[in-house]
Design a protein around this ligand. Structure first.
Ligand code: NAD
Length: 360
């Protein structure tokens, strides 16, 4: 159920096209601060409600990052095993269908199952380079493949771990764009990645995994479980290991009432969007486990989108992400601790205040 409140959603569109079989959704949640910004989720099960929840997260995320963007998100149904040609036709049809509101009220970006190639198709079908970000470099883009989100997640984890006095062993769920770059940047600043999972399972080595080797193995064999210097576990075990920090970097609702009690880590940094259910957030809070929420931790993606939108370069992107994500991680820790509230609630409180002020 999508509930409307003072913040939105302003528009919910469902679009389809019989010729290509395209079927998708767009939710423009709130445009008080600017056009709604949010990626296109390309999965087989995406639906309007999921898109709304993600759009709302974007509303908070853009307000917290102090960007001139509102919140939105879209979803395009892409079945598993679809050919590249069919996918291209669907992306193009989706782009044409959204043209009346894109880029005027919605600016797209990559999300799950989507990268610079899809953004090129989207921008060309819309015929405006401003219709999306995450385009290839030769189209003026700062591609998703630079790893800006994972870079921000790593900085957020670093600030939180240092402020809260938490150790350096990290377990990561999901080894795609966010998971790989978070692992890479964290390893570079002295953290030990002890476990990584993907949809095929989890690889665990308490002595540490070699991140570059793991990235090559994932690329070559499509799964981290083929890394041969570690124990292969069921994917769900990634949350139950003796890690100091957990980074969910895959799909929604993965930490829930069934596993929140089993988590041993003292810090969770949400690389993925809405990876923790409301009931799990309560459990984690009561157990003293600190969660840096998605709207702060993975804001690197949207900050990079903003730099692309204003014609900036790679160096400016990384500098802005580091500054904003580190500052906001500190802000959320202080706010949550001072008010003794959940960090998610602290983030929403600050974002709401900024949007209400802008509306005045
Ligand atoms: P991706 O498609 O590149 O990677 C997803 C990874 O998750 C893959 O390794 C896949 O195997 C794994 N996975 C899928 N189902 C799983 C399961 N059940 N258990 C374990 N692993 C599973 O996606 P991404 O771009 O890395 O995005 C990951 C998450 O981060 C999403 O929630 C996305 O919304 C969020 N996010 C991404 C960006 C970005 O710039 N990429 C920005 C903000 C938020």
């Amino acid at each position: 159920m999508i509930e409307h409140d003072e913040f939105g959603p302003e528009k919910i569109l469902e679009v389809s096209d019989a010729d290509t079989g395209m079927h998708g959704f767009l939710v423009i949640d709130n445009t008080v601060l600017g056009p709604g910004k949010g990626g296109i989720r390309m999965t087989s099960g995406v639906n309007a409600e999921e898109v709304f929840r993600l759009a709302r997260t974007m509303t908070w995320k853009c307000a917290l990052a102090e960007l001139p963007f509102g919140g939105a998100k879209s979803g395009l149904i892409i079945e598993k095993g679809i050919s590249l040609d069919e996918k291209k036709k669907k992306v193009e049809a989706f782009s044409r269908a959204l043209k009346p509101v894109c880029p005027s009220q919605y600016i797209a970006a990559p999300d799950i199952n989507c990268g610079e190639k899809e953004m090129k198709w989207f921008a060309e079908a819309n015929s405006s380079m401003k219709s999306c970000t995450g385009k290839p470099a030769d189209m003026g883009g700062l591609p998703h493949e630079l790893g800006s989100t994972g870079f921000g997640v790593a900085h957020s984890a670093d600030v939180a771990a240092k402020s809260l006095g938490i150790g350096k062993n990290v377990a990561i769920q999901g080894f795609g764009n966010v998971g790989q770059f978070a692992a890479k940047f964290l390893a570079e600043i002295g953290y030990t990645i002890i476990a990584v999972s993907d949809s095929k399972g989890c690889i665990y080595n308490p002595g540490g995994l070699d991140v570059s080797k793991l990235i090559s193995i994932k690329k070559e064999t499509r799964s981290v479980v083929n890394y041969n210097e570690g124990e292969v576990l069921d994917g769900r075990m990634v949350f139950e290991l003796d890690a100091d920090i957990i980074i969910p970097a895959a799909i929604a609702d993965v930490i829930n009432k069934d596993n929140a009690d089993k988590i041993k880590a003292k810090l969770i940094v949400e690389g993925a969007n809405i990876s923790i259910t409301d009931s799990a957030k309560e459990i984690l809070h009561s157990r003293g486990i600190f969660v840096v929420p998605d709207m702060i931790a993975n804001a690197g993606g949207v900050i990079s989108s903003y730099v692309e939108h204003i014609g900036g370069n790679e160096d400016e992107t990384f500098k802005m992400i580091e500054e904003k994500v580190r500052k906001n991680t500190k802000l959320i820790i202080e706010h949550a601790q001072t008010k003794r509230i959940k960090p998610h609630d602290a983030g929403i409180e600050i974002a709401k205040q900024r949007i209400r002020e802008a509306k005045k």
